[in-house]
Write a protein that binds this ligand. Structure first.
Ligand code: ADP
Ligand code: MG
Length: 349
């Protein structure tokens, strides 16, 4: 479950000793953070910027399974997912609050691993841990992360601004985190059936990494700033592309045409989907947790974005009454369903 084999009972430290122990390595990096951990509340100096706030809850056996999720990765991923929500507003993430409830089956060393992951993510994304809460739990582990960021009003992007004719773009590639999860679930089952078996993750590094250690696309938000692009709408892909397309279409009152042959799918994702008898397009459309960004741009921004290697134009916005459609590789029109696209019949490549 956790790599360090020592097991120190948390009760030995007491609540304040524990908070101190877990947070002492965190240093303040942002000048906006006037006061961090240690008082009744943190103090943030906003400098007239708009504040962006988002919170997420992660529950053992609902959102993660510690049979195959290393605790350090768990800490990292909780921060990533929360920062991703700030990126999805085109804002600069700067602080997080982390609350944790933990049952007695977890020793101090387990919490230390989670906080090592939290620290690695805070360092990577340049955010300050400015507080949280700590409690015991009678049923497993719960982590709540609140992330805060800032943006000038003119740069904030919501789900609601897409216009007919806009280009539909995604960052990175899709479906990898979902296929990684399928591999981890399969190996878990093998392990349960035959305890002496070692999990076989060979050749699956990319997708397992996408599942266990996703990244928030802060680099894409920075790219928007460099290229002087303000997308018309923006959302992060946490529940699968199809679901996020529905959100943008609903809030912006547009339709979309998406081209199957444009969907960015990594070879490792593609091959594993085939191995699991699943159309790779289904993994890309419905698989969650990639934490890539879906956004729309006016066509006049095409020249600015066309050379960005990590952005793919997958379609365009239509009038709302035209609906949400996938144009298959052979040119068939398949309506997208709210929960993905169950009616789709995969075609031969
Ligand atoms: P209070 O009794 O006012 O809730 P706490 O003793 O819970 O205060 O917290 C003391 C300080 O430690 C506060 O700054 C709080 O935000 C911070 N803190 C508590 N738990 C955590 C945690 N798990 N991670 C980071 N900071 C924490
Ligand atoms: Mg408290």
């Amino acid at each position: 479950m956790f790599e360090n084999k020592e097991k120190t009972e948390i009760s030995k430290l007491g609540e304040f000793g524990l908070i101190d122990h877990l947070t002492k390595k965190f240093e303040i990096k942002n000048e906006h953070t006037t006061l961090g951990i240690g008082d009744d509340a943190a103090i943030i100096n906003q400098n007239n910027m708009h504040q962006i706030i988002s919170t997420d809850l992660y529950i053992e056996n609902v959102h993660f399974d510690i049979m195959y999720v290393p605790l350090m990765h768990l800490g990292y991923k909780c921060i990533t997912a929360s920062i991703s929500d700030i990126c999805a507003m085109n804002a600069d993430a700067s602080q997080v609050l982390v609350s944790i409830a933990i049952s007695s089956k977890y020793p101090l060393e387990a919490l230390e691993e989670i906080y090592d992951g939290i620290k690695a993510a805070c360092d990577k994304y340049g955010v300050d841990l400015v507080g949280g809460d700590t409690s015991s739990s009678v049923s497993g582990l719960m982590i709540s992360v609140t992330a805060m960021g800032y943006a000038e009003e003119k740069n904030i992007v919501k789900r609601s601004g897409a216009k007919e004719g806009d280009l539909v773009c995604v960052s990175g590639d899709l479906g990898g985190a979902y296929m990684g999860l399928q591999v981890l679930e399969r190996e878990k089952q093998v392990f349960i059936d035959q305890k002496d078996m070692q999990p076989d993750l060979e050749g699956k590094d990319y997708i397992v990494g996408r599942q266990l250690r996703p990244e928030a696309r802060i680099d894409i938000v920075e790219m928007f700033e460099e290229l002087k692009i303000v997308p018309t709408s923006l959302i992060d892909i946490s529940d699968g592309l199809a679901s996020e397309i529905f959100h943008i279409c609903k809030h912006s009152n547009v339709g979309m045409k998406i081209y199957e042959d444009k969907l960015p799918i990594d070879q490792n994702t593609y091959d594993t989907a085939i191995e699991f008898n699943m159309p790779p397009t289904t993994a890309a459309m419905n698989g969650g947790e990639d934490y890539e960004l879906l956004f729309t741009l006016p066509q006049s921004d095409y020249d600015k974005i066309k050379n960005s290697l990590d952005v793919t134009i997958i379609g365009y916005c239509t009038a709302a009454h035209e609906g949400k459609e996938l144009i298959s590789k052979s040119g068939n029109v398949v309506p997208l369903e709210a929960q993905g696209w169950e009616n789709y019949k995969p075609e031969e490549d």
